[in-house]
Design a protein around this ligand. Structure first.
Ligand SMILES: NC(=O)c1ccc[n+]([C@@H]2O[C@H](COP(=O)([O-])OP(=O)(O)OC[C@H]3O[C@@H](n4cnc5c(N)ncnc54)[C@H](O)[C@@H]3O)[C@@H](O)[C@H]2O)c1
Ligand SMILES: O=c1ccn([C@@H]2O[C@H](COP(=O)(O)OP(=O)(O)O[C@H]3O[C@H](CO)[C@@H](O)[C@H](O)[C@H]3O)[C@@H](O)[C@H]2O)c(=O)[nH]1
Length: 443
């Protein structure tokens, strides 16, 4: 099938390349002409495991085209909308301006029997409005939210845990075309939920809000653990043995970031508020606050470990991206903590295997050093804030010879604290008061 994908960012580029992998002819459009030129040359525009191989495969198979001209989309039978829906600069609402201009640009090139499919994450009610915007063209509209995670985006797209079709006036057309698009996944038994627009929109945003809730819950319990001398890592493991709770997505630490969870939970708050569901607004205000606090408390611990002031202290931060295996620094907890410490006069060096090139432009107050052994030199405090394998595999004995003071905050509880302690480090896991006490005893 001929398919267009509009918006070639972290979601759209992956979606376009996986659709080509499934055997479709895909044309991807982005208003960022540099990005389109890069993709057309066969270069991936960001770090995502497995994406370069898919791009090569799509090029070799002649199934991929890239454009910035909406007129080129006229040949496609299905059009996926994958543009950004960031948080508004002034409120908690989603900024839908990119989505609206993408649909306006597409509208003249639509014809009867074709389908526009929204994949971007949107507030409830958006699909109903867009269905009216394109109605005169004779094309149908569906909402098909995406649940991929950066870092495992290719696998998540090829082996999704569910497909959601939100359908409206042209439900039959929508279901038959989406079934054809996803035929290889459906044949493998991927669960499919067909529902109305509002439910499909809410499924997506409430999923992300729930994940944020789970993380803020374990981080708040982690704070309690610190107060009473308990260990949040053991606690989460024990809770996770209960299937009703589950151990996934339950790692306490410096909190969540990225281009999705923070802005989606705020959009959820704004939507709940505008519909008078104050309990959800209040609940997610707390979730957001706990997350901000996790970052703040990490920075506070760093100050405490520097005898009350980081002024002039050399601090090394391991990690810049919001999670490992991506170069995305949107709302990165690591960079937030780094900036908080730099604002208090610390000399902060950040190391990241992939995210440095974007991070240094946005954070000129920080120093960046890709080579971790160089970044660690003469550090008076080290914080592990993004658990890249390059960092979790560090030899603590070797690392101890590089730093001035062997003190580490493990902001992701990703290191084996007892091994680091045995190598002479003062180890501080977040929510792990027991590890701090053991560290002090070892010193
Ligand atoms: N990143 C993810 O893992 C992920 C997963 C699921 C859902 N989502 C949702 O998908 C949407 C996109 O997120 P993203 O992370 O890919 O954002 P992104 O910023 O990486 O990509 C958005 C792309 O859209 C392009 N664009 C903007 N306006 C355009 C227009 N009018 N026409 C064509 N292209 C245009 C931008 O140049 C950019 O390349 C958001 O709604 C997000 O919430 C993202
Ligand atoms: O146990 C955990 C798991 C995650 N995180 C943090 O939570 C944030 C988000 O992680 P993750 O959800 O894995 O990354 P995203 O790629 O942002 O994916 C989320 O956002 C996407 C965009 O909407 C959705 O499609 C995905 O389903 C949803 O998981 C990151 O900062 C992680 O470090 C933790 O702190 N502890």
């Amino acid at each position: 099938m001929k398919i267009s994908v509009i918006g070639a960012g972290y979601l759209g580029a992956v979606h376009a390349l996986t659709l080509a992998h499934l055997g479709h002819d895909v044309i991807a459009l982005d208003t960022d002409t540099a990005r389109i030129a890069q993709l057309a040359r066969g270069e991936v525009p960001f770090h995502e495991p497995g994406l370069a191989e898919l791009l090569q495969e799509g090029h070799d198979g002649g199934r991929l085209t890239f454009t910035s001209d909406p007129a080129d989309l006229a040949c496609a039978q299905v059009h996926f909308l994958c543009v950004g829906t960031p948080q508004s600069k002034t409120t908690n609402d989603s900024d839908l301006s990119f989505l609206m201009s993408a649909v306006q640009a597409l509208r003249p090139h639509l014809r009867p029997g074709t389908l526009v499919v929204g994949k971007s994450t949107v507030p409830v009610g958006t699909a109903t409005v867009l269905e009216q915007v394109i109605a005169a063209s004779g094309a149908g509209l569906a909402w098909n939210p995406e649940f991929l995670r950066q870092g495992t985006a290719v696998k998540d797209s090829l082996v999704p845990d569910r497909l959601v079709y939100g359908v409206g006036e042209k439900a039959e057309l929508a279901c038959s075309l989406l079934d054809a698009v996803y035929a290889p996944l459906l044949e493998r038994g991927t669960p499919k939920v067909v529902t109305d627009f509002a439910t499909s929109e809410l499924i997506k945003i409430s999923a992300n809000a729930f994940l944020a809730l789970k993380l803020s819950y374990i981080n708040a319990v982690g704070e309690f653990c610190e107060q009473v001398g308990a260990d949040v890592v053991q606690l989460a493991q024990a809770l996770g043995h209960d299937d009703r709770i589950g151990g996934k997505y339950f790692h306490a630490g410096v909190g969540f970031g990225g281009g999705c969870l923070p802005k989606d939970l705020r959009s959820f708050r704004a939507q709940a508020q505008s519909h008078g569901v104050d309990a959800l607004d209040e609940m997610f205000s707390l979730v957001d606050g706990i997350n901000a606090d996790a970052r703040f408390r990490t920075a506070e611990t760093a100050v405490r470990l520097c005898a009350g002031s980081v002024q002039g202290k050399r601090i090394t931060i391991l990690g810049a991206s919001f999670k490992p295996h991506t170069d995305d620094i949107r709302d990165s907890p690591a960079l937030d903590v780094a900036a908080q410490l730099a604002a208090q006069g610390a000399l902060v060096t950040v190391s990241d295997p992939q995210a440095q090139d974007t991070a240094w432009l946005q954070f000129p107050q920080l120093s960046f050093e890709r080579e971790v052994s160089v970044a660690l030199r003469e550090a008076e405090l080290v914080l592990l804030l993004t658990q890249w394998p390059e960092f979790t595999a560090l030899d603590p004995g070797q690392a101890a010879t590089l730093v001035r003071r062997a003190v580490i905050i493990d902001g992701r509880n990703a290191l084996d604290g007892s091994v680091w302690q045995a190598a002479g480090w003062e180890y501080h896991g977040i929510g792990r008061a027991g590890m701090v006490r053991a560290s002090r005893a070892a010193v």
